[in-house]
Ligand binder design. Structure first.
Ligand code: PMP
Length: 435
């Protein structure tokens, strides 16, 4: 019937059984458990270029790329050398190092949208701090977020839409007090009326609106330029800050991320992933005025023992230097060719599949809608098809994120030949899905 025999997962399965004795669900981050796809999670042994190898010796072309940070692929020579050099001098001091200055300079001198930055250790931390800063700066408490945007796992952001168009959010995790969720208003994307209503209903209470540069955590929900411009306008009119969460889009769409993609000046930008080159890093930045509210200059407290960690800075400096010297043009155009070939294939076959893409990000959606801009436009039942495709792809040596809501990332290490092989594997896998 076209489906391939399953790859061996003997060692991964054994390791997973062990891991279940140690970690809740056997993992240190939930989606890794492969709950939405077939079989035990693969335990990865190593990566090189665009390839990864698992504990059973299976080889894959990787489109997860550690969920985005590895825009140059695994084990990039320049990143490895930079980290190795930094390692000789010790791992952490909890005191300033020149490497922090170097990474900050690299970012700030090449980014028109920021004047000052602060390094933290994860995307979650970056966004949590940005929210606190927005509240401290505006002296208001409520924030508006969008259904379908993920901003890490801090309390005020683990909130989903309640019933009704404009409502207080409901917690989307046990352990988040209702009173915290009450400070977060959740509205649908791509809906001007909803945000107008929210500002009307909570007049003078909204500190900030936060949106992912391009929402990419619940499928790829590409927003229209005009809508994002509207967000800029309505936040300014209401003395609320506009936060771009660029943990995914930062240094991915281009060196200046989504801010430059739209050419919109947000008030605060958050980063993660790519600026650490695979090491745990996040950052948030804004104008000097807004950043002056951060401790020790200002009253908004935020700190971190490992913030600006020298090894992480070294990885980031190396990766961003390579990016600055020009990667995006070829990366984005090779992704475009790849995506267009997939589109031609599914159109010729009349499959109910659309491929959404921006820059080097793509999302294969089992739908016949020309555009999907809001989370509610995604049919949860379509995820069953993703599950079949995911299994077939693994069996053909292609590693995609273990959920149909996750996007794929192309790196500069993916060659035309790798993408050719991937296309064939996707064609065959879709034939199995729709047989
Ligand atoms: N914001 C966005 C847009 C993200 O995609 C993520 C993680 N995928 C986060 C925040 C949280 O980052 P981290 O997992 O590094 O805490």
């Amino acid at each position: 019937d076209g489906s391939k025999p399953d790859i061996s997962r003997e060692k991964s399965t054994q390791l997973y059984e062990k891991a279940k004795q140690y970690f809740p669900g056997g993992v240190n981050s939930p989606v890794r458990a492969f709950k939405s796809v077939h079989g035990a999670p693969l335990f990865i042994e190593k990566g090189d270029g665009c390839r990864i190898w698992d504990a059973d010796g299976n080889e894959f072309i990787d489109f997860c790329c550690s969920w985005g940070p590895l825009i140059l692929g695994h084990n990039h020579e320049k990143v490895r050398e930079s980290v190795t050099e930094a390692l000789q001098n010790g791992l952490s001091f909890g005191a300033p190092t020149v490497l922090e200055n170097e990474l900050a300079e690299l970012i700030l001198q090449n980014n028109r949208y920021l004047e000052k930055i602060r390094f933290v250790s994860s995307g979650t931390e970056a966004v949590m701090s940005a929210i606190r800063l927005a509240r401290g700066y505006t002296k208001k408490d409520k924030i508006i977020k969008f259904e379908g945007c993920y901003h890490g796992h801090s309390d005020s952001l683990l909130v989903k839409a309640g019933s009704g168009l404009v409502t207080f959010g409901e917690t989307s995790s046990a352990g988040v007090p209702k009173s915290f969720a009450d400070e977060t208003i959740v509205i649908p994307l791509n809906d001007k009326d909803a945000i107008e209503d929210a500002f009307g209903q909570f007049k003078d209470q909204v500190a900030a609106v936060i949106i992912e540069g391009i929402p990419a955590n619940n499928g790829l929900l590409i927003q229209e330029q005009e809508y994002v411009e509207y967000l800029r306008k309505i936040t300014t009119e209401n003395n609320a800050l506009l936060i771009f969460d660029e943990v995914i889009t930062g240094f991915r769409l281009g060196f200046e991320g989504a801010a430059a993609y739209y050419d919109i000046q947000p008030d605060i930008i958050t980063y993660g992933k790519i600026i650490g080159g695979g090491m745990p890093v996040g950052a948030y930045g804004a104008s000097s005025d807004i950043m002056s509210y951060i401790s020790p200059d200002g009253g908004v407290y935020q700190a971190g023992t490992l913030s600006g960690n020298p090894i992480a800075m070294a990885a980031g400096i190396a990766q961003l230097t390579v990016l600055k010297n020009g990667v995006y043009k070829s990366l984005n155009s090779k992704t475009k060719d790849f995506v267009e070939a997939l589109r031609r294939f599914v159109a010729a076959k009349n499959y109910k599949v659309k491929i959404f893409s921006v820059g080097s990000i793509f999302w294969i959606a089992f739908t016949d809608q020309e555009q999907i801009r809001a989370a509610s436009d995604i049919d949860p039942a379509s995820m069953e098809k993703y599950k079949v495709m995911h299994r077939e792809l693994l069996n053909r040596g292609i590693y995609f994120g273990p959920s149909g809501y996750e996007v794929g990332f192309v790196s500069s290490a993916h060659t035309k030949t790798d993408l050719e092989k991937t296309k064939r594997a996707i064609f065959e896998s879709l034939e199995v899905v729709f047989r």
